[in-house]
Ligand binder design. Structure first.
Ligand code: GLV
Ligand code: MN
Ligand code: MN
Length: 419
């Protein structure tokens, strides 16, 4: 009988992984402990170079596609078979922490490193992937790399992406040295057998329950909207209140409807956030003539998300009419939720049982590249606890022991999948 994955003698370089997380964290636009690495910024490019060097040092063959997704491959004994993959992202939103995404990229490389040192010979090839721009900071759209890999973003929409300075994806990727045609990014059908992403939970449940591993059964469906509001400006002292058309106040009403709609959707999992605000002219003594807000709205249940959206749209129309402000609401993305693959989850569960590591199944409210990899091949995620559930802030923290457990469960799950 084939030995279970827990019978593989694996040695992990835990100090090496901790050092790599520390070194990558120092490649940041924000001073430590904060981390900021925005797609194709100087720090993102240095972070990518760091990941490529780590992958090469682990003896993996590195390639990069036309949008900058990085693939580090260990050829299996039957290379024609669909490969088993892991990975995550290393871009970081402004003022973020050091673990989001990074644990999955550097932890994925550490898992492959441990398997290689053990003398394990995979039948299927194994790959660690670093996805381009999981975070939406540059273009307002998350998971640009994995969307393109999965064919979930049309080339037309990808080419139309612009950052706040008006720079296009094509312009930025060319400047970063990613010169191939965008159409070459989409994965060939059947190229992956399965995908497993290691990530911090970004929520409090594992820590509260004292469980070191979460296995993801569903990822909430994210959606995002950009609302542009045009009113009328003027002197803050001179324009009397009854005749004002203040664009920022209509935006404020819509932001309150985001909260109201999410709370009243009928689902405890609906979350709505208005995290981007732009006000023109942005002067204390001038009535705002223009406002633009960006809304993030999510749930695992689309009916609940739709009810919240209906409340937001109703308010946008009503506030615009009452205030004499022209309101335009554009959808940035509205993605369905993804389901974790039951067979892959069962394998990871079996690995945890063999290691004597408690685990539980759970939902991811944050989105991940797995949302799109789930369209490519059977997918799940391995979550580890993070302090107080904090994420997207400098205090984000995952204990070394939890990272070590996550990497070991990942390595043994990958070994089982790769055969
Ligand atoms: C990813 O970072 C998300 O916003 O869920
Ligand atoms: Mn994130
Ligand atoms: Mn992440």
């Amino acid at each position: 009988m084939k030995p279970g994955p827990s019978s593989l003698a694996l040695t992990f370089d835990h100090p090496g992984l901790a050092r790599a997380i520390e070194e990558l964290a120092l490649i940041s636009e924000a001073p430590a402990p904060a981390v900021t690495r925005v797609l194709f910024s100087d720090t993102d490019l240095r972070g990518r170079a760091y990941v490529r060097a780590q992958a090469a040092a682990a003896g993996l063959t590195v390639r990069e596609d036309a949008v900058g997704n990085i693939f580090a491959r260990w050829e299996g004994s039957e290379p024609a078979l669909p490969a088993v993959a892991t990975g995550s992202h290393t871009d970081a939103i402004p003022n973020a922490g050091r673990f989001d995404g990074v644990v999955g990229v550097l932890g994925g490389l550490a898992a492959l490193g441990a398997l290689r040192r053990s003398g394990f010979q995979p039948r299927r090839s194994l790959e660690a992937v670093m996805f381009t721009a999981e975070e939406p900071t540059r273009f307002g759209l998350g998971c640009v790399g994995s969307r393109l890999l999965a064919g979930a973003l049309s080339l037309e929409k990808a080419r139309a992406l612009r950052d706040r300075e008006g720079r296009s994806l094509d312009e930025l990727r060319a400047a970063a040295g990613c010169t191939g045609p965008l159409e070459s990014v989409r994965l060939a059908p059947g190229c992956y057998h399965s995908f497993v992403e290691l990530h911090i939970e970004q929520g409090p449940l594992l820590e509260q329950e004292g469980i070191p591993i979460g296995l993801v059964e569903a990822i909430a469906g994210p959606s995002a909207y950009r609302v542009s509001l045009r009113g009328e400006g003027g002197h803050a002292g001179a324009v009397l209140m009854p005749v004002r058309h203040d664009a920022s106040l209509a935006a404020a009403e819509i932001a309150l409807a985001v909260e109201r709609g999410a709370k009243g959707s009928g689902s405890p999992d609906t979350v709505g956030t208005t995290g981007v605000w732009r006000i023109e002219p942005g002067a204390i003594n001038s009535v705002p003539f223009f406002a633009q807000i960006e809304i993030d709205l999510r749930d695992t249940r689309l009916d609940a998300r739709d009810r919240a959206l209906a409340e937001i749209r109703r308010t946008a129309e009503d506030a615009g009419r009452r205030r004499g402000v022209k309101v335009e609401m554009a959808e940035i993305n509205a993605d369905p939720p993804a389901a974790g693959d039951p067979a892959t989850i069962a394998i990871a569960e079996q690995v945890c049982a063999e290691l004597g590591v408690p685990c539980r199944r759970m939902v991811s409210r944050a989105y991940h590249d797995s949302l799109f990899m789930a369209r490519v091949c059977p997918t799940t995620m391995i979550f580890i606890p993070c302090r107080n559930g904090w994420s997207h802030r400098p205090e984000e923290f995952a204990e070394a022991a939890h990272i070590a457990t996550g990497v070991e469960v990942l390595a043994r799950t990958l070994a089982r999948l790769a055969g």
